[in-house]
Design a protein around this ligand. Structure first.
Ligand code: SF4
Ligand code: SF4
Length: 360
């Protein structure tokens, strides 16, 4: 009998446990990301529903106070709003607790304002720190920690622009005029200066979330829109035919303010270079024209998660932590990985060390 020594596995081969782990993670990923997108859509839909409900309930309450039953019959579907509120005074009180829009929202005694509303108001009033500033504390804190989270999750105009983006994709339109991202910071600065000089609120007229809210209010209350509807139509048409997500990337003063405030955000994207095959699916998925796999997202990312979902290999993930010293954690991770890979003559095991798969 000849004693045969068992064949040794090459050191670089991933263990069976690791293979199972990564396979399981890859199988889980689409469902998990779909769930996150579903949550995002639900949040966006809730904001839109609130923006519609507020003027509807307000109008209903006014007509009730005027005892205008004919007006109520004419304006409301009795099975829905009237049927919901007529015989229930408690519900009616509750329904009128929410007032305003995404520009300034009043929920009971709590007032929450968009930071851009504070800038706009302060510039027009030519005042410095104002008590109004306190109403923007919650959005300010959220932006400092999460970056442009308002854009990706709450802005009603973003929903509209995403519809435009989908139309553009369906129509196969390739034309994409690009501008400098600095343009929106110029819009922010010039708008504030103009407001200060003219003594009027400039952003309130051109800021899409505010315009969407205002137009919904006009349509519901008076049955007709204003100039804002034309502005929105113009922006969406330009985005569909000429420039993908033009407004949010290059022109929105709110987006500019959120980008500035979110410079030191703690919620960040991270690339796992050992999994990234440089397929660029995440780049194509990003409506903001960012390059997640290269780490060049800066403070523009709106946390929409399209790129994370597009990557079927789980190479992109979210992390919470401070900004790395070089400012480009994703690039640094990729470079570190590449360097280790080279020094280990392509040994995959070394690359795996570079990432935190075991801990997740
Ligand atoms: S950039 Fe402006 S319009 Fe676009 S999502 Fe952000 S706030 Fe809304
Ligand atoms: S980098 Fe990803 S999460 Fe950020 S805006 Fe682009 S697709 Fe959305």
């Amino acid at each position: 009998m000849s004693a045969r020594s068992p064949k040794k596995k090459p050191r670089s081969a991933p263990s069976r446990f690791y293979r199972r782990l990564t396979r399981a993670r890859r199988q889980r990923l689409p469902g998990r990301m779909r769930a996150l997108q579903l949550v995002r859509r639900c949040v966006q839909a809730s904001v839109l529903l609130a923006l519609i409900s507020i003027p509807v309930f307000s109008l209903y309450e006014n007509l009730r106070n005027q005892r205008d039953d004919i007006g109520i019959e004419a304006r409301f579907d009795t099975r829905l709003v009237d049927g919901l509120l007529r015989e229930n005074p408690e519900r009616r009180v509750l329904a009128t607790k929410l007032r305003g829009s995404v520009w300034t929202l009043k929920a009971g005694d709590t007032v929450v304002s968009d930071p851009l509303a504070v800038v706009d108001f302060s510039a027009a009033a030519r005042s410095g720190v104002d008590p109004f500033l306190l109403t923007a504390l919650i959005p300010l804190l959220a932006t400092l920690l999460l970056g442009r989270v308002f854009c990706g999750w709450l802005c009603p105009a973003d929903l509209l622009f995403e519809v435009g983006s989908t139309l553009r994709r369906w129509a196969g339109i390739e034309t994409n005029v690009t501008f400098s991202r600095w343009t929106k910071f110029c819009v922010l600065g010039l708008g504030a200066l103009a407001g200060f000089y003219l003594g009027t609120q400039v952003f309130a007229e051109i800021y899409p979330p505010r315009v969407v809210s205002g137009e919904l209010y006009l349509w519901i209350t008076f049955g007709a829109g204003g100039a804002g509807a034309w502005l929105l139509l113009l922006i969406v048409s330009f985005e569909v035919f000429a420039s993908r997500r033009f407004w949010c990337r290059y022109a929105c003063p709110g987006g500019a303010l959120y980008s500035l405030l979110g410079t030191f955000r703690v919620l960040r994207l991270k690339v796992r270079a050992d999994r990234c095959t440089q397929c660029s699916k995440c780049v194509s998925a990003c409506e903001f024209g960012l390059s997640p796999m290269s780490g060049k997202i800066g403070n523009e990312c709106n946390n929409c998660g399209h790129c994370v979902r597009a990557c079927g290999l789980d190479a992109l993930t979210w992390r919470i932590g401070p900004r790395p010293k070089d400012g480009f954690d994703i690039i640094a991770a990729a470079e570190r990985s590449a360097a280790r890979e080279t020094s280990a003559h392509g040994a995959k095991g070394t690359v795996e060390e570079n990432h935190d798969t075991a801990g997740q």
